[in-house]
Design a protein around this ligand. Structure first.
Ligand code: TYD
Ligand code: MG
Length: 464
């Protein structure tokens, strides 16, 4: 195919240049120029008329838009359907991101096998692995993927042309591209994986999805910074973004919806990687608390709201005498700046100084926590580790901490407490303004106002 006319546009400010340069002269940003196709002159009469002055479009009143004829597809992988908002929406485009080895290819191959079995012809395009490699993976799965059509290809034009043709099972209903970074279009000169290529390929796949009502899944690798290559641009294009999180060395994985045009965001699904692929975990809280030792110091439990579901997680802290030099602060699963802030509050308002101590803080199970409701659990775990005294067994801590050491209420307290009670928790420390009228089961609710209140009632040291 002939090369299209292209320009280099800055992804920060939009300025355009005929040639690539390291720095954008307009906004001064470095390394932000990406190649883009310049729209060709209008060819058909209709587009020519549009370009000349526009022709009126047809409007429809919202009430008349039919909704009934878009049933969702269910894969039977319950956690996957749940994260998508109740199944796959036909004609949507979903981006699945995650670090290498986390299980993206495995998950989508399982989805392909299940869709194919449900009568939706599926085309799996692999630009990373050979047919043999994909076959070897398929052989390990519990699902039978033998009917899935496979194409090992990296040219976008070939992929789209193949997807437009009927497969053995009929017209392709679902197209899976593994991965977007390996695909390239002939229209651009840049190497596969660069911002311009990724963006153009994603936009063309999106158009294909909408034009043909084919569901498109694309796998995206995350960069060192944690984003999917093509600074956010890819995420703007697609309908739904799912991130695979988790510690590659552990056997469970968390799939999180960070954008969803067809469901709520921040829903999570939890899977376990076993010899036969990924299997949904029915009770994530039980999994996350599984190995917890209630008699060790430095361990506290918090109930998070992940989307619409409460999930219990264990926070572990270890404060140990620093060797020499500046004491270390290592945060796993929480923002390290948040940890620094909580350490300062604990020192100033709680009277527990960690200035001479190395501090390690970890959310067990590879969860990443963004909610401030975990603050109280973190400081309780830290204080418990400093004095080496375990916190009350079977207690949960719910609360955001203010800079003044005040404990703030968290949202949806009832649901969090109910989940905690279900897992055998018998005591909860929370803001006294958030105490619900009825406690679930025989749970004891301890209302607290300040950090000092909590510390006095748990590790027994007065702030003085
Ligand atoms: P993979 O899906 O290739 O990861 P990604 O596409 O995100 O890079 O799978 C990664 C890991 O999963 C790999 O280390 C092997 C492991 N695995 C299992 O444990 N069980 C299985 O059944 C399969 C297929 C893979
Ligand atoms: Mg892969």
């Amino acid at each position: 195919m002939a090369k299209a006319k292209t320009v280099y546009a800055c992804t920060e400010c939009g300025a355009q240049y005929p040639k690539w340069a390291g720095k954008c002269e307009a906004c001064g940003a470095w390394n932000t120029l990406a190649e883009e196709v310049v729209a060709a002159a209008p060819t058909s009469k209709r587009t020519a008329a549009r370009a000349a002055g526009g022709i009126a479009g047809t409007t429809v009143s919202l009430g008349r838009v039919t909704t009934a004829d878009t049933p969702r597809w269910h894969t039977g992988l319950d956690e996957f359907d749940f994260v998508l908002g109740g199944g796959i929406v036909p004609g949507s485009m979903v981006l699945v991101g995650g670090e290498p080895g986390i299980g993206k290819s495995t998950l989508l191959l399982q989805v392909a096998a299940r869709l194919e079995a449900a009568g939706q012809p599926t085309l799996y395009v692999s630009g990373e692995e050979s047919a043999l490699q994909v076959r070897l993976r398929a052989d390990r799965l519990a699902e039978d993927a033998s009917a899935v059509s496979l194409l090992t290809e990296t040219s976008l034009e070939t992929i789209l042309a193949t997807a437009a043709q009927p497969m053995a099972g009929g017209q392709v209903k679902c197209l899976i591209v593994d991965s977007i970074q390996t695909v390239h279009t002939e229209l651009l000169e840049g190497a596969p994986g660069n911002v311009g290529q990724v963006r153009e390929c994603a936009a063309r796949l999106m158009r294909f999805a909408k034009d043909t009502s084919t569901t498109v899944f694309v796998i995206g690798h995350v960069t060192k910074g944690g984003g999917i290559a093509g600074p956010k641009t890819l995420e703007h294009i697609v309908d739904t973004v799912l991130y695979f999180e988790g510690d590659g060395t552990l056997d469970h994985r968390v799939l999180r919806a960070t954008k969803n045009r067809f469901g709520s965001v921040d829903e999570i699904g939890v899977f376990r990687m076993v010899g036969t692929g990924l299997i949904p975990v029915e009770n994530p809280s039980a999994l996350f608390l599984g190995d917890r030792s209630a008699v060790a110091s430095g361990s506290a439990v918090c109930a998070l709201m992940e989307g619409t579901r409460p999930v219990l997680v264990e926070v572990q802290a270890l404060a140990a005498k620093a060797g020499f030099g500046t004491p270390q602060r290592v945060a796993n699963g929480i923002d390290s700046r948040r940890l620094a802030l909580l350490l300062a509050v604990l020192d100033k308002r709680g009277g527990f100084s960690c200035a001479q101590l190395d501090v390690f803080c970890n959310i067990v199970g590879g969860m990443r926590v963004q909610e401030p409701s975990v603050d109280l659990a973190i400081v309780a775990a830290l204080a418990s580790s400093v004095v080496d005294k375990p916190l009350p067994a079977q207690a949960i801590f719910l609360g955001e901490l203010g800079l003044g050491g005040e404990v703030r209420p968290v949202s949806q307290v009832e649901r969090r407490l109910a989940e905690a009670a279900k897992l055998g928790m018998t005591k909860a420390f929370l803001s006294d303004r958030a105490i619900p009228r009825r406690a679930p089961g025989d749970m004891q609710l301890v209302g607290v106002r300040t950090l000092t209140d909590v510390l006095q009632r748990t590790v027994g040291k007065d702030a003085s």
